[in-house]
Write a protein of this length. Structure first.
Length: 118
């Protein structure tokens, strides 16, 4: 059973930084592409960043490019999201997501709240 557990959310002032982590279990981690999504109140869930199974390729939403960095540690089955220069618009629940290479099913964590005050 695939489980994703996020941590690292919290309250931060605009311009500050946070690092989110996601610990995965119940899967062969190195075979999964990993991603981060977020959902703000009253809005749909949106893509933030992804990293391929090998860690070689990454992709970011335009709104976070240059400020957020996704990384993974296949030995520890973790994926992280370093968030710098945070803005109030980054306030949302952040979700860890994974998908097996070549498959279509997504797995999700329970989410962690990030609140950026102005």
């Amino acid at each position: 059973q695939v489980q994703l557990v996020e941590s690292g959310g919290g309250l931060v002032q605009a311009g500050g930084s946070l690092r989110l982590s996601c610990a995965a279990s119940g899967l062969t981690f190195s075979m999964y592409n990993m991603g981060w999504f977020r959902q703000a109140p009253g809005k749909e869930r949106e893509f933030v960043a992804m990293i391929t199974w090998s860690g070689r390729d990454t992709n970011y939403a335009d709104s976070v490019k240059g400020r957020f960095t996704i990384s993974r540690d296949n030995a520890k089955s973790t994926v992280s999201l370093q968030m710098n220069s945070l803005k109030p618009d980054d306030t949302a629940v952040y979700y860890c997501q994974c998908r097996l290479r070549g498959a279509s099913r997504d797995y999700w964590g329970q989410g962690t709240q990030v609140t950026v005050s102005s």
